[in-house]
Design a protein around this ligand. Structure first.
Ligand code: AKG
Length: 407
């Protein structure tokens, strides 16, 4: 398969790749180098022992990645996992099997490397480039009749305004594509939420993503994390890795009893083609601390009608862009935090116990002192959520949003 040679040519710094397990024990490093050398030899044919060895290395590193808190995993382990995933994908490509199967397995392996690993320094784009090539080849190899006959038509969405009008709370103000100066002085500096219209209508995503077949073509075989369960504070809630195609068929278009939500995932660093369909809003150039400002964290929130993000807050400024579908959002100022009963738990300190859509006033009696704000966020609109503002989000339609968290 030529794809093997094409992927091999993507390595910019062979030495860095070959030594990417040097911080681990000698036996492990030696096994990796053996697998590496096998790939870089010419005219090799499939070798089950080599695949077994690289498989064991990946398993070992995955165990290391899953030990302790994610933020404490050493960078060297994550980089080792990236390098090992790359070599494993190459070895898989030599397996004598159905070509589509092989390409899917190799891509899955690269995606795991992208999701759990960290880029090597001098081979920074190695996995992203591999994934793009494999995904392109796969989408050309799929039979044409696999296309789904589903287009999200904007006009087919129902009118949610009646229900929304009956919700308690003051509606937050709406601005038509404000100038940077207006946004800065009236909202960013005083930290007041606002709904912004006319800011994302030029995004290619506004048209392209309405067609599910487009998403399937560019990313159907990509592995993505999916939240399963009604919401993340629910006991039965869990997360699973699956292909975007399986997610769309089972949870997005299917009639699954359980909710599946591709939530808070940086799909755009993983699938670079999708990054070209959106633009970073110019408002993200504003900062409260220019010396320490950073590129925004861009996340995808893609799911069926009914997804729910419980009342919580985030530390950064946020622009939540609604590419299509409608979301009902309830907001509360940080000043009202004590009336929302944040969880005591270390991991859930930013999540409220009270459900603002059906508050239990016997249990949470001070909730009545909190002042709710509301927003019906519709296709093409963007919501500015200042840092630490509480927000509760329900998708009223099938929906695709993109959030930009920045500081
Ligand atoms: O859209 C959602 O479900 C939640 C979005 C959110 O919480 C955020 O952007 O911070």
């Amino acid at each position: 398969m030529n794809i093997f040679d094409d992927l091999l040519k993507l390595v910019k710094d062979e030495l860095e790749l070959k030594n990417c397990l040097q911080d681990l024990n000698r036996d492990i490093e030696y096994t990796f180098k053996e697998c590496y050398d096998w790939c870089f030899k010419s005219n090799l044919s499939y070798d089950a022992t080599i695949l077994f060895k690289i498989d064991s290395l990946c398993d070992f590193l995955q165990d290391e990645l899953n030990t302790g808190h994610w933020s404490e995993v050493p960078l060297s382990i994550r980089q080792a996992f990236s390098g090992t995933s790359y070599i494993k994908a190459l070895i898989i490509l030599k397996r004598p099997s159905d070509p589509i199967n092989i390409l899917q397995d190799a891509l899955k392996c690269i995606d795991l490397g992208l999701l759990l690993g960290a880029p090597l320094k001098d081979n920074q784009d190695l996995l992203t480039q591999c994934a793009t090539m494999l995904s392109k080849l796969l989408s050309q190899s799929h039979p044409k009749d696999e296309r789904l006959n589903t287009i999200n038509k904007r006009k087919s969405y129902s009118d949610h305004s009646n229900n929304f009008n009956s919700l308690p709370g003051e509606e937050i103000c709406t601005l038509e594509c404000p100038s940077l100066e207006t946004f800065n002085s009236k909202h960013f500096v005083p930290q007041i939420p606002a709904k912004l219209q006319g800011c994302i209508t030029h995004w290619p995503a506004s048209e392209k993503w309405l067609n599910v077949n487009y998403l399937l073509k560019v990313a159907g075989d990509r592995t993505v994390p999916v939240e399963i369960g009604s919401h993340y504070t629910d006991e039965s809630w869990t997360q699973r890795l699956m292909s975007l195609k399986d997610f769309i068929q089972t949870y997005y278009l299917g009639n699954s009893d359980t909710v599946g939500y591709l939530a808070q995932h940086n799909l755009f660093d993983q699938v670079s083609e999708l990054k070209d369909d959106i633009c970073i809003p110019e408002y993200c150039g504003l900062s409260r601390d220019y010396e320490n400002s950073m590129e925004p964290d861009v996340n995808a929130w893609f799911g069926p009608k009914g997804t729910l993000s419980p009342l919580h807050f985030d530390p950064k400024d946020n622009l939540l862009a609604q590419v299509y579908g409608t979301k009902q959002i309830l907001l509360f100022s940080p000043k009202d935090s004590e009336y929302l009963y944040p969880h005591d738990d270390k991991l859930l300190f930013n999540t409220a116990q009270v459900d603002p859509t059906k508050p239990d006033l016997l249990k949470y009696s001070n909730y009545c002192k909190a002042v709710p704000y509301k927003c019906l966020l519709e296709t093409g609109e963007m919501l500015y959520i200042p840092p630490k503002w509480w927000h509760h989000v329900i998708a009223l339609d099938n929906s695709f949003s993109v959030s930009f968290w920045w500081q």
